[in-house]
Design a protein around this ligand. Sequence first.
Ligand code: GLV
Length: 324
Amino acid sequence: MTDARPRIVVTRKVAEPAMELLRETGDVFSPDPDRALPPGELQAAVAGADGIVSTLQDRVDGALADAAGPQLKVVATVAVGYDNADVRALTDRGVVFTNTPGVLTDATADLAFGLLLAVTRRLGEGERLLRARQPWSFHLGFMLGTGLQGKTLGIVGLGQIGQAVARRALAFGMDIAYTGRRRAPDDVERQLHARHLPFDELLRTADVVSLHCPLTPETRHLIDARALDTMKRSAFLVNTTRGPVVDEPALADALAGGVIAGAGLDVFEREPDVHPRLLELDNVALAPHLGSATVETRTEMALLAARNVVSVLAGEGPITEVKA
Ligand code: GLV
């Protein structure tokens, strides 16, 4: 009798409940879970796989699917963004590709707001001062930041995460504007009191510009020197989507030159590198790609990816498929 259990390759360490679920369905293999494998090693590792659980550090393309073999049925990425994947190449080979929308919405929105508060209220700067054991004393003009109440949040991409950021901003007394290729449904605009603006108008109007669009060829360097120059000098930029949506050297220039007031960044153009000039500036709050990094959220993400794999391998179809 042949062993009919499918082979499932999990490229990085994921939460144990997801591993348990996968083990109920197949033979699970994690080649080197603590390290992002370069494409050649990854391709060797997936040979013979029926299903792959990947992360945003893996290049998921036709070469990977070919290296796995014609039995490959599903690649489930533990992420909402999938600019690392060539979905068309997978679809052409009959491979289903899934991501993890929804389950990381609140965690990412929380982090975006955390960075916004960190930069507007100078929290990083204050902490650095204390840790450097610098002398300080309370006085009425000490380390003044910028309040958010009555200010306009300009959201680029009013998808699930953009909407969750808008809800938080409403609770902080902010006005909401957004831009995007499509108008949001009427009820979403109504609930968020959100007005749609053309991109440049949004840049001119917003006190905070928060990026929630996916990285695509159209959005690469959407925020470049021109866009930064269009923003108010008093405005802040928050990026929790993908680094390359922002031209990082142009942003460093803008922050150093007072073209905008500050930035909160969770993502970078060439992760794990951060533009060295950003590291020198006090008007930028930095986080190392922590948007979805809570125990609860990462567990839900891994479980959703695992459920997608299990469901496809059982012939029941994907739960959260990304269509080419
Ligand atoms: C994280 O960056 C994600 O896309 O889930």
